[in-house]
Design a protein. Sequence first.
Length: 352
Amino acid sequence: MNKFLDRLSTQDKIMFAKRMAILVKAGIPLLDSLKMLKGQAGSRAATKIFSQIAADVERGKFLSSSLESFQKVFGEFAVNVVRVGELSGTLEGNLNYLAEELKKKQELKRKVVGAMVYPAIVVVATVALSVLLTVFIFPKILPVFASFKFELPFTTRALIFISSVFIHYGGYIFLSLTVIGAAFIFLYRQPKFKIIFDDLILRIPLFGRISQSYHMANFCRTMGLLLKSQILVVEATRITGKTMKNLVYKREIEAISHNLLKGEKISTHLERNSRIFPLILAQMVAVGETTGNLSETLLFIAELYENEVDMLTKNLSTSLEPILMIMMGAVVGFIAVSIITPIYEVTQHIHP
């Protein structure tokens, strides 16, 4: 069963929560609802997991207890939201909250990833075109240049050198880049390295702001929903910390949970760490703490940051597009000039 755990898509989880909420609202018994969902599952992994959950419930387990067996799939957040719904008699509402939470996080992630797709495509296309021209096209023209009786321009000599390096050492270059990439992936999975990388991302202009807004939206929405589900603030903060992908925020939010036990307010910790938590966030959280309406305040802030992520990702695409076009034009232009210039000089040496 373990081999299926990491293959349950976010869409499967949304479908599970949303359809379960509808079936519970319709008064269909929990076990029958789970069996119906099993038949509607969109993947083999979902079918197997839903079957196991149905079997657990049939043996008398609570739904939340069964989900806890698949905590790596659903997460502690989902388990606790369902558990509170079972205990308070608001399972339908909590399942709807969970579905909306997962959907909003999925949309937020798509916006951030989508903003990176276009730049990545342009960079890959530029590199691929450069390699194609220097390794496969340019060498066919070299014999013509070798017959010229004058010194070739600097750009042409530079291109000949680059082409020679790619042709003779291309395999080594590719192998080196593969090793470097594999080493980076390995190091990124090590917490000591990942926290440095996560902190570095937050310091990069524009990218850092997108990352900050993205994580603030997730922090506020998760925390707000947990508090709205009547989970105690210390426990809600601890669970929220575990959902954070950025280790810098994970560490600080877990610290908030510890400091709450000492009597410190959330807003106090946020204000003390204003480099990674915007001051406006600390001020609005302070208002929520004072009025006793922290859950609604956090959900409102989450909406603000989700809108900010939307705006920033659009600005990123707009800002990067001309830069990437100039970069691509410069590379292709350099290669074109390197080829055309010697040919032009030949025409200048031809006398009528």
